[in-house]
Design a protein. Structure first.
Length: 273
């Protein structure tokens, strides 16, 4: 099984999990051409996609869901509230056909493509927001983006994962001194906004375990963060906790509109304490 990020950030988010015959997308906030281009680089196309797992209804996560559903007959998995939010999103048009809607519930696992998927609640200022804990044979991955504040539930999933994709959205000083209006700054750093670099690092350091082998930092702000800044803040927290970055665990910021390296998930053997 493989994992690759196609894009991560306010311009669009999309991830692939699967093998070289079939798989799923998490979010579809980039254009259909870009999705197809990245799939073809893996020897795949849209007919190999068995479903799209949606985190929430903001446009940078759902821009292309109706095209994937209505034109390519790909099921869209989301909570009832997220489906309703997509219906009311004026930038998603036409609306998802009822035959392609799949309703999921938080904390209720379901199966797709040989994967066990458990959605869990994440704090964000959308109508609803979930992260995903995904289990395959011998590995577990947790993905959580657009995080207003850290929950015990998220921490528990990280303690059970070999690979974590987690938001490191902004540097507090860059946000404070940047050009955003005050109300937007307050929204970003609120408990239903986004996660700062240091908060992300603290979350990872407090919940690190020997089975955690790969960390991807996602949804970095273009205006209020830099990849090196996010990486340094997270690595500092891990190092202070006695974790050797590059030896115990790999850490990498995700590019906004460029594919990440391809991860072979089976190589991340699980070991916890």
């Amino acid at each position: 099984m493989l994992f690759q990020c196609f894009a991560s950030g306010s311009d669009g988010n999309c991830y692939y999990i699967g093998d070289y015959t079939r798989g799923v997308l998490i979010d579809a906030g980039i254009g259909i051409r870009m999705i197809r281009q990245n799939l073809r680089a893996l020897g795949l196309d849209l007919y190999n996609i068995m479903g799209v797992l949606v985190t929430h209804d903001h446009t940078d996560h759902v821009r292309t869901v109706s095209v994937l559903a209505n034109k390519h007959h790909i099921p869209i998995y989301a909570t009832e509230k997220v489906h309703a939010g997509i219906d009311h999103n004026p930038r998603v048009h036409p609306k998802i056909d009822s035959s392609c809607r799949r309703t999921i519930q938080k904390d209720v696992p379901f199966e797709i493509c040989g994967l066990s998927v458990q959605p869990f609640g994440v704090a964000h200022d959308s109508v609803d927001c979930v992260g995903y804990s995904i289990r395959g044979e011998g590995w577990t991955m947790t993905l959580a983006t657009d995080i207003g504040h850290v929950s015990d539930h998220l921490a528990e999933h990280i303690r059970q994962s070999n690979i974590v994709v987690v938001e490191a959205n902004y540097d507090p000083a860059m946000l404070e001194n940047g050009p955003y209006p005050f109300h937007l700054k307050e929204r970003i750093r609120s408990g239903s906004g986004h996660l700062a670099n240091d908060e992300c690092g603290r979350l990872l350091a407090e919940n690190y375990h020997s089975g955690l082998k790969q960390i991807f930092l996602c949804h970095l702000s273009q205006m209020n963060n830099k990849p090196d800044t996010a990486y340094a803040a997270v690595c500092q927290r891990l190092t202070e906790a006695g974790v050797q970055v590059g030896t115990d665990v790999e850490v990498a910021p995700l590019a906004r509109l460029r594919p990440s390296k391809l991860i072979q998930l089976e190589t991340l053997s699980m070991s916890t304490h």
